[in-house]
Design a protein around this ligand. Structure first.
Ligand code: AMP
Ligand code: MG
Length: 327
């Protein structure tokens, strides 16, 4: 593993050419067709090159809205809602697609020692960072945290069974999966090059041209109007988890949306943001959330073990880049 550590102070050189779009940035020479719509609780922007992009973009929007209806716990008829409202012990039927997402989620839970855990919903609901203005009490935090535990959810031939009263939230993995599905669909529709940006989760199709990959800017977690560094990627997903994305502030402290399953509180580590670059956005999304919880030391080990590319922005401003080991 080639491990590069950089202390970046004079990073403003990156800013001149960068256009920030919801946490990520990219550059183009020829003009793409651009489409923006709202799905998965965020603005989705597609930059597509080639003929047929209007139809392809419409199909992508429909696909994401369909997926949201299936995955979102806030949709009454979603599988997630069915699981959350099902009685303990009663199997809930799931599609093959849903099973694949759960299997991948559990795999990352295992690999991360429980830092990634989709059963974190009771704490997510309690902290409700969109609407809350002050933190919950310690007793409330403890009671919610006691309900967390992905092992209380079991995959069987019939579907999924709760062995205890757990509730799931696929928010830490769904956008990565959505990006993968949209990419697949756009390519089937003949799109040869493009960028899917789902609120900072960027998924690239092929490369910008024969000479260059896509230049993706990584948002500065200390000043989100800026780009802190950039990466040139080809056909990869670039997924970021950061404390700056969703939070409320109380008495000078920011309480954000990524929960430590170990104590039911917004995760406190030495990391300000984690970006994972990989072919599979579903895994990248889960891993970036996990690493954010784990911190740079344990999280760095996981990145190395999984042989992924990643960029950590530490709270002290240090930027750590992990490159893939090609051996
Ligand atoms: P992300 O922005 O991909 O890091 O995911 C954060 C979202 O995932 C939150 O808004 C929650 O819905 C959910 N979440 C929060 N903490 C965790 C966790 N430790 N493991 C799995 N999902 C989480
Ligand atoms: Mg994630």
């Amino acid at each position: 593993m080639n491990f590069i550590t950089k202390h970046i102070k004079g990073i403003s050189i990156f800013l001149f050419a960068a256009a920030v779009v919801a946490g990520a940035a990219y550059f183009t020479l020829t003009k793409p067709h651009s489409y923006t719509f709202y799905a998965f609780d965020t603005f989705v922007n597609l930059k597509l090159y080639g003929r047929g992009s209007d139809k392809a973009a419409k199909a992508a929007e429909s696909l994401l809205l369909e997926l949201e209806n299936e995955l979102s716990l806030y949709r009454k008829k979603s599988t997630t809602e069915k699981i959350n409202s099902a009685p303990v012990g009663e199997p809930v039927a799931i599609s093959d697609e849903y099973r694949k997402i759960l299997e991948r989620a559990f795999e990352i839970s295992e690999k991360s020692g429980g830092a990634f855990d989709i059963t974190v919903y009771p704490s997510v609901e309690l902290w409700d960072v969109k609407n809350r203005t002050y933190p919950p009490s310690d007793a409330e935090i403890k009671a919610a945290a006691a309900k967390i535990g992905y092992k209380k959810l079991v995959l069987t031939a019939d579907g999924v069974v709760k062995t205890d009263d757990v509730k799931i939230d696929l928010g830490g993995i769904a956008k990565g999966y959505g990006g993968d599905r949209v990419k697949e669909l756009l390519m089937e529709k003949g799109i040869k090059r493009g960028i899917i940006n789902m609120g900072g989760n960027v998924c690239t199709i092929n490369e910008k041209n024969r000479k260059e990959g896509w230049r993706v800017g990584i948002c500065d977690p200390f000043d989100i109007s800026k780009v802190i560094t950039h990466e040139e990627v080809r056909d990869m997903s670039v997924v970021t988890s950061g404390a700056y994305q969703r939070y409320f502030e109380y008495e000078g402290v920011k309480y954000h949306h990524i929960i430590s399953p170990f104590n039911g509180k917004p995760a406190e580590s030495d990391l300000a943001s984690v970006t994972v670059i990989c072919e599979d956005g579903l895994s990248g999304d889960a891993v970036s959330t996990a690493v954010f919880v784990m911190g740079s030391e344990k999280g760095g080990k996981l990145i190395e073990e999984m042989n992924l590319e990643a960029i950590f922005v530490k709270k002290d401003g240090e930027i750590v880049k992990f490159r893939r080991n090609s051996n």
